[in-house]
Design a protein. Structure first.
Length: 357
């Protein structure tokens, strides 16, 4: 019998899913590995339109992202095992005031926590003679597309994966493997006529359902974007200092599904966000930022990026007491981007205060 005619191994499928759940993953689904034709066409069109902004790595790895059998991922791949882990969907008071941090970043860095779990899972598969590579937002794997194909959930109009019963506040991980696992049934989209996420975006970053222009997305602007934030977009950033939850918070699947799932300790909100506000972040030294961001996704943005974000937040939500720190940053900060943003923020804040007189 030819290798590609070998029937999927139901016993192995059940066993690897059981191991995944024992390791702390909450949902597990399987898709047959192959080229993501329809999803790949949409990805290429999105890239061609430049909607990925400065994320050049997405363009460089598009071929691998579309086809996990590419030799740069795993030649001979037969299955993609997709795993979901919820993070805290706690009520508001969501970070330093002023300045909010997206929910996914309030606990420990998911790359580290879930990466260790994936190492154990891929080792388990290799010990049984199967090739396996694990990824938690760290390799060119189209996790959302595979998650829908694996029956975990569906891609909402906000481009997030939505899992009935869990919502969209989940981390996705994937294992590409040569093991022939039993595929699950893909899930159909369930958004219906709802457009709350599209209508609620502060920066109007959606050109349509599942058509996000990252260049206008608050999460992109405060995390991935390295230079000046377009001055026209700054007011809409509001008080988001790292990431944004708006398009998820308005989603009925996050508001009216089941009670928030229990969240393991690594992803419970840290108290560090209560200890610093936008002013202190703007003034942080390299050492202080290192302590503040240790073990947290906010380290990705870097001290200057967070200082830039803090200046935007203070321009939008600051009080008169914040003017001295803004003026000082505008004069003395080592980053020209931060200096320019702080000068804008001080000017904007003064104009707002004058209007309130």
């Amino acid at each position: 019998m030819e290798a590609d005619e070998t029937p999927p191994d139901a016993e192995l499928t059940a066993a690897v899913k059981a191991v995944a759940l024992e390791l702390g993953f909450v949902r597990a689904g399987v898709a047959r590995a192959g080229c993501l034709d329809a999803e790949g066409e949409r990805l290429r069109a999105w890239l061609a339109a430049g909607k990925h902004g400065e994320m050049a790595w997405m363009e460089r790895t598009a071929d691998v992202r579309i086809n996990p059998r590419d030799e740069r991922m795993l030649a001979g791949a037969e299955s993609v095992l997709v795993l979901a882990t919820p993070y805290a969907r706690d009520p508001e008071r969501v970070g330093p005031a002023p300045g909010r941090v997206a929910r996914y970043a309030r606990g420990r860095d998911y790359h580290n926590v879930l990466g260790k779990r994936l190492e154990k899972l891929t080792r388990w598969l290799r010990e049984r003679g199967h090739g396996a590579r694990g990824s938690v937002d760290s390799m060119p794997v189209f996790e959302r597309a595979w998650a829908q194909r694996a029956g975990l959930g569906f891609i909402g109009k906000n481009s997030c994966l939505i899992i009935p019963g869990l919502g969209s506040h989940v981390f996705l991980s994937a294992v590409v493997t040569t093991a022939r696992l039993v595929p699950d049934t893909p899930m159909r989209e369930r958004c219906g006529a709802c457009t709350l996420c599209l209508d609620g975006c502060p920066t109007s970053a959606f050109d349509g359902a599942r058509e996000l222009d990252a260049r206008k997305c608050i999460s992109y602007l405060t995390i991935e974007h390295e230079g000046r934030i377009d001055e026209a977009l700054r007011p809409a950033v509001g008080d988001w200092i790292f990431g944004c939850d708006v398009c998820q918070d308005v989603c009925p699947y996050n508001r009216t599904e089941l009670p928030p799932p229990s969240v393991t300790a690594p992803f419970a909100p840290s108290t560090r966000w209560d200890a610093h506000d936008a002013e202190s972040i703007l003034e942080m030294s390299d050492h202080a930022f290192g302590v503040y961001s240790e073990g947290s996704p906010v380290r990705r943005t870097g001290r200057d990026g967070m200082a830039r974000n803090a200046a935007v937040v203070l321009g939008n939500r600051g009080e008169r007491c914040h003017l001295p720190v803004l003026d000082n940053a505008a004069r003395t900060h080592l980053s020209p981007v931060v200096r320019e943003t702080a000068a804008w923020a001080a000017r904007t804040l003064r104009e707002r205060l004058d209007e309130q007189k």
